[in-house]
Every structure is written in structure tokens, then in C-alpha cells.
Design a protein around this ligand. Sequence first.
Ligand code: AMP
Ligand code: MG
Length: 342
Amino acid sequence: MTLKRNTWLLILMASIVFSFLFFLLLTNNRVEYIGKVDIALGTRVKVVVSADHPERVINAILREFHRIEDKFTVNEKKNDKSVISRINQSDTYPVVIDEETAFVIERSLGLAQGTNGAFDPALGNLIKLWGFDRISDADFEPDVPTQEEIDRAVRLSGYEHVSVEGNKITLENGVALDLGGIVKGYAIDRGVEIGREMDTDATGYIDAGGDIGIIGPKFGGDFWSVAVRDPEGEPDDYVEKVFLEKGAVVTSGDYERTFEIDGKRYHHILNPKTGRPVRKTKSSTVIAPNAMDADVLSTAGFVLGGEFASIMLPPLGGQGYFIGEDGKVKTTAGWHFFTERR
Ligand code: AMP
Ligand code: MG
């Protein structure tokens, strides 16, 4: 008898809770979000949008990611017709390039100068030597290059050997371009732009392997909270949360593209001076007004290390959070502006 009464009580309470939730659903005029996931630029791309025709917006953004991947990849197995392969493999210079290519390369050269070469878009020979241009291929066999090979590739690298004048680019000294440290950011920016062009009221975000560009504030006026991944933990573990209603946040981590030989792990961010994977940083996260700059500056911050990055990046438009090899955290002075929900 007691049991029965309890059961009735439970049912009654459940129905009260359900009707309340249903009421909330009916009266809630907050916008709904639709998300879709795809693979592009070697990473998982998730687009979350609220708009009049969200599917159309999402598909257009994902199409743009694939277009940019085909155009800028350096993985020759994937596409030897990319504009980057065409520039790298040309017998004569200058090579004529389109406006978009000039825009991305010029920005990468500007920030290479601004970061004292910590970010260098002309490391193509080094990156190829280590195999980080094709580490996601099934038949990739990792190998640690010899010191001689590394020295040679360092000599055949350096942004100072690249010049863009109008629609013409010249590579000297046998250098090759690799825009792997900027293209993902550029694709996010283009995606954000397309979303807003298609629907001025569109809100949402683009998440390309944890690198985020904001299309518009959550529910039209709220902040999106973005987790900064714990480089030592599982993919879902995080060390910090930031709140953004616009702009972008990008992380470069030592866990992203790696291979292991004799118990030693090698990852994809190279010190342009030594030609070897950077050891002093575990992860570098940068917030900037656009994803292209955040992408470049996160890679640069990784190479520079927290001590230098925390001073050098703010004048270039980036606020950052850097985890050193010893696990110590260093941030720029303005970072904390983003860690509180305002
Ligand atoms: P990210 O994951 O954005 O830090 O970019 C890393 C990618 O950028 C690598 O996979 C390389 O293609 C390229 N890269 C590696 N080291 C550098 C560097 N010091 N400067 C510019 N690009 C780099
Ligand atoms: Mg980057």
C-alpha cells in the first residue's frame, strides 16, 4: 500500500516537472542551433548555426572549407594542382597569383616579420623532410631526419626569401611555402564571413579541430564558452575556459600531429632556427579578432614560449595562454579579460 502511494506520488511529481519543461519549451523564444560535422583540412570541422535556413548556411561554409583545402594544400598526394604546389614547383619566378592567394601569403609574411620569424610560412622543405605534410596518410612511415638533412633544409628555408608584389610572387634560395599554420584560420574566417553574408542575423560558431571562430553571439546576445584543452589530458579535459561573443580562439598543441620513435615523441611545430620540433611548449592558445591571425599567433607563441610570447603577441593583436614544458602557465596581461563571463 505504502509502495503504491509512493509510486503515485512519483508519477505526480514527474508530470509536474514535465509540464513545467513543456511550458518552458513553448514560451522559450530562444533560437535553435543546428550543427553538422565534416572532415576538412585534415581535421574535424563542426559548424553550429542558427539562421533562417541553417542547413544552407552550414553547407556553404563546409563547401568553402573544401575549396580552401584544395587550393592551399601542400600534400602533393592529395592535390598537386594546388596554388601552393604550383608556386613551389615552378621553374621560373615570378609566378602570377590571384588576389586571395596574395592576401593570405602577404599576411603570413607580415606576421613572420612581426614575430621575428617564429612563424615562418617558408618552412616547406623542413616540414616535408619531417613528413608533417602527410602525417595523416595511411602509408606514412615516420623517420627522424639526420642532422645533415636538417641543416640542409634549414638553409633552404626562410620567409626573407619570399616576396610578393601585387599579383606576383618570387621564391629565392630554393625555399618552399607551407601554409599549414595559417590556412585553417583563414578558412574559419571565410566561413564566418559567408555565414554572415548569407544571413545577417545568423549566429553560431565554427569549430575546426578545437580552433573556434564566432559567427555571432549565442542566442543573439550571450557569450559562447570555449574550453582550452589540457595538453596532458584526454581530448575533453580542459584547463581554462574563455567567453567570446566575437573573434576567434586557436590552440597549437604538441599532441596534434605526432609520431613516436624509440619512445620519443615528435610533433608538427618546428623551430625555424634549429629545424626540430619545439620542446619548450606544450600548448599555446591565442584569442584574436580574426581566426587567421589567431592561428598564426598561436603557432608563433608555441615557438616563442610563454615568456616571450606574452610580451610579443599583444602588440600584434593576440592575447594568449601558454603552457610550458614544465606545465607552468604564462598568460598575456589581457588574457583575463576573456576568462570571466561579462
Ligand atoms: P598549427 O597547428 O596551427 O600550430 O600549425 C602547425 C602547422 O604549421 C604544421 O603542421 C606545419 O605545416 C606548419 N608549421 C610548423 N612549424 C611552423 C612554424 N614555425 N611557422 C609556421 N608554420 C609552421
Ligand atoms: Mg596555428
